[in-house]
Design a protein around this ligand. Structure first.
Ligand code: PMT
Length: 225
């Protein structure tokens, strides 16, 4: 009998990049492969959870028994995440959502012109911030992809976005972070519990993250009952 400690829990995970269109053939995006988020979905499913995975465009295959919702833009991800959110017990935002999108999307392919091209960008919605603002029973976990002052910025996001925990990865280091098979993360909870998981395959990192979240959720439940 495998470990089913998340049985009865609903887990919502976001993964992958978003694509922000410029015209019918061009878009802005980033290097997220989806591996971190998909590993989390698989690990949660293996622990018996009902898993909902909202994903930007990626090449990885969704784990078995996971409900997959494919989206492209930050706006679509926002809509799907907020639609599913109220019912969830644990929410983990591993997606690399674009912070900006072109102010204007052209219906036809842009033609070459003389001189430089300027594309004006506007902010997208901060999905995690919105989820933090309407948080009720959910244990809400964000990621922070940082290149410098990683602790300081990570802790800033934990507080500002009303999270229960933040998972910080240093994306300036070779061989971890975006696209690689491995990662190295530090998890900090809002109660100040801190754990660094040294470099390991994302599938192993995901298992450790879920173990820690499960312990914290149980504690929170006991406090509230
Ligand atoms: O996909 P992989 O190749 O496996 O790479 C994994 C990863 C590096 C993408 C992942 O581990 C990671 O760090 N994901 C978060 C990337 C990110 O966008 O970080 P951020 O510090 O810019 O954003 C902080 C948090 O706010 C994130 O949880 C993000 O999902 C969320 N956010 C950001 C902007 C926005 N408009 N809406 C959001 O919800």
């Amino acid at each position: 009998q495998s470990d089913q400690r998340l049985k009865g829990k609903k887990v919502l995970i976001s993964a992958g990049p978003t694509r922000e269109p410029i015209d019918p053939v061009r878009f802005f995006t980033n290097h997220s492969s989806g591996k971190m988020g998909y590993s989390l979905a698989e690990a949660a499913e293996n622990l018996g959870a009902e898993v909902h995975l909202v994903s930007g465009p990626v090449d990885v295959t969704a784990p078995r028994n996971v409900q997959l919702y494919s989206v492209e833009t930050a706006e679509e991800m926002y809509k799907k995440m907020t639609e599913l959110y109220d019912d969830m017990d644990i929410v983990i935002k591993a997606a690399a959502v674009a912070d900006y999108r072109p102010l204007q999307t052209f219906d036809q392919k842009l033609k070459k012109q003389a001189g430089a091209l300027q594309i004006e960008m506007e902010r997208t919605k901060d999905i995690l911030q919105a989820l933090g603002e309407r948080k009720k029973q959910q244990y809400l976990v964000g990621f922070a992809a940082e290149t410098n002052d990683i602790r300081k910025y990570g802790l800033g996001k934990l507080e500002k976005k009303n999270l229960d925990a933040i998972i910080i990865n240093d994306v300036s280091q070779e061989g971890i972070g975006f696209h690689s098979n491995d990662n190295e993360v530090t998890i900090i909870t809002k109660h100040g519990k801190e754990k660094t998981i040294p470099k390991l395959p994302k599938k192993e990192i995901a298992k450790e993250i879920l173990q820690l979240i499960d312990e914290e959720v149980r504690k929170k439940f006991n406090e509230n009952s």
